[in-house]
Design a binder for this molecule. Structure first.
Ligand SMILES: Cc1cc2nc3c(=O)[nH]c(=O)nc-3n(C[C@H](O)[C@H](O)[C@H](O)COP(=O)(O)OP(=O)(O)OC[C@H]3O[C@@H](n4cnc5c(N)ncnc54)[C@H](O)[C@@H]3O)c2cc1C
Length: 503
């Protein structure tokens, strides 16, 4: 008889675990608290507009490049329509100067040298490092937990040509590069390449990799938005015979003799299965569903000491204008504000805006979905939410301030706004249960970049965790890999060969 697997959460990690479980002969079912698949990889509708709530880019969208096979294995690529932008971002200064982060590396190099000829040497090193990152080996097809000493030796030897590259850049942050620039404009704008909460501490390796993927046109934006992207994976799972139980919130993982044996829903119903995989937020899984009984110091330390991606204030606007005149970018235009604004209790002097003028599916003809986002504090929103009237008023004020600021930079915009929506920390918490409203789990640092947390908990059998709470930094490919590879681990334990749809 087939072994049964219960999966908690129909985010991308849970869906990938489900698909590969079905392909490998397990009887799987997913329990999802929401009425839709995707988790944070989602979109929502307002007044004829689709608000995209996630993917700026999906790594591995071009055949022959790293991670393409991850998506191809589930036959997802055939229905894809991906857009590659000529620009990654635009970062404006106060005096008409603009740092255009071109997707094409050669163009980026030329532009940076025009902006800051005095920093030629640092720019040369940076550009060379992006080129080198293109083929940087990131082994993913075998779960790290299953690597043999020979596999490890092979990986080490494949990394050998990168030893000096890694020594040079492996532990560096954006700050280390910025410190070396002498040009004040580049110093000011370079940290803003990624719209991040603590840009200076961000590992430069992640910047190099991303820019190399964008240059290779393998970091496309999925036309149709994030929910359609997730729905396609959910459909593949259903086609493979899987079952998704929506509106099914798990309150407890049932354990007998230190063995996970099933799940209990908030309505009191129980489902037993041979294996449980939690693809839901790590804190709820470990400390609520399992009542903190399977924790060691190391795990406790992650939850006490690691930095989280702070929750977002996500301001969405529907604007009755095509914005054809605005260049299409991966992450948007970052510009200084004439007058600072307060978002979530914090003063903001800049704004990063994305015009989704490249995805006509998100707005009625000739109109555009426009999005502004800021990192903010969980506690602030949690407290405010206790007073619904104040929460509502604050959101209204944010919309007004954002529209007024946008109108100064893009005159005429305010008069054409016909839809607005604000999501906060408590929105993410309510819809996805992510801990403290974090949208992407543990923040990437030079330390966590290379870390993988264990997919098992000490002393608990037949139980696994996947997704962004065991893959620091999150991201669609990383969580998909963790969902795929947990099935590899289970197959290995069951002495079965792990198979994929396409050989
Ligand atoms: C604004 C934004 C932009 C992003 N941009 C990018 C990008 O450009 N590129 C990229 O690669 N990544 C991006 N990411 C990150 C990426 O989307 C996430 O890392 C990834 O989707 C997380 O997937 P997951 O399955 O691990 O977790 P989640 O998506 O959080 O899924 C967990 C699921 O579990 C469910 N759940 C939780 N608790 C329970 C329970 N008790 N019972 C039942 N179900 C439960 C939730 O409802 C949810 O569906 C972005 C994320 C956001 C929010």
């Amino acid at each position: 008889m087939k072994k049964s697997i219960s999966i908690i959460g129909a985010g991308v990690a849970g869906l990938f675990a489900g698909c590969h479980g079905q392909i490998n002969g397990y009887n799987t079912q997913i329990f999802e608290m929401h009425n839709l698949p995707g988790g944070v990889c989602t979109s929502w509708k307002r007044k004829g507009y689709t608000i995209d709530g996630c993917a700026h880019w999906v790594t591995g969208t071009r055949p022959g490049t790293r991670f393409y096979r991850l998506w191809e294995e589930l036959d997802l690529v055939k229905d894809w329509s991906m857009v590659d932008h000529k620009e990654y971002a635009r970062i404006e200064g106060s005096d008409d100067e603009v740092f255009i982060v071109y997707s094409e590396i050669d163009r980026l190099e030329q532009h940076m040298k025009e902006l800051a000829p005095e920093d030629k040497d640092v720019i040369d090193e940076f550009i060379k490092a992006i080129h080198k990152s293109k083929d940087f080996p990131i082994p993913w097809e075998k779960a790290p937990e299953l690597l043999t000493p020979i596999d490890r030796l092979k990986i080490i030897s494949s990394m050998f040509p990168y030893a000096s590259f890694f020594r040079k850049w492996g532990n560096k942050t954006i700050k280390d590069v910025v410190q070396r620039f002498t040009n004040p404009f580049l110093k000011q704008t370079f940290p803003l390449i990624f719209n991040l909460q603590n840009p200076l501490d961000f590992p430069i390796l992640a910047v190099l990799m991303t820019l190399s993927w964008v240059d290779q046109k393998t970091a496309g934006y999925p036309i149709g938005g994030s929910l359609e992207f997730s729905k396609a994976i959910a459909q593949r799972y259903l086609d493979l015979g899987g079952k998704i139980n929506y509106k099914s919130k798990i309150s407890k993982i049932l354990v007998e003799n230190d063995k996970a044996v099933g799940v209990k829903l908030t309505d009191g119903s129980e489902y037993r299965s041979d294996i449980i995989i939690s693809a839901a937020n790590g804190h709820t899984t470990i400390f609520d569903m399992l009542e903190g009984k399977y924790v060691n110091k190391r795990i406790q330390d992650y939850y006490d000491k690691f930095t989280l991606y702070r929750p977002l204030v996500y301001v969405s606007l529907g604007v009755a204008h095509s914005f054809e005149e605005i260049p299409q970018t991966v992450t948007g235009i970052d510009f200084p504000l004439d007058e600072s604004i307060i978002i979530g209790g914090q003063e903001q002097k800049r704004m990063s805006v994305q015009f989704y003028n490249f995805d006509p599916t998100l707005a009625p003809a000739g109109k555009t979905f426009v999005r502004v986002m800021y990192a903010s504090d969980y506690e602030y929103w949690k407290t405010l939410k206790q007073n619904p009237e104040r929460y509502k008023t604050e959101k209204k004020q944010i919309v007004e301030d954002v529209i007024a600021s946008l109108d100064k930079r893009f005159p005429g915009l305010a008069a054409k706004v016909e839809m607005s929506d604000v999501a906060t920390a408590t929105t993410w918490e309510r819809y996805t249960s992510n801990w403290k409203g974090s949208f992407q789990g543990w923040q990437e640092t030079t330390k966590t970049l290379r870390m993988r947390l264990k997919k098992t908990l000490p002393g608990l059998k037949n139980f696994y965790m996947v997704g962004q709470w065991v893959e620091p930094g999150g991201s669609l490919p990383k969580v998909a890999i963790s969902g795929r590879n947990v099935i590899q681990i289970i197959c290995h334990k069951d002495k079965k060969e792990f198979v994929t749809l396409t050989p």
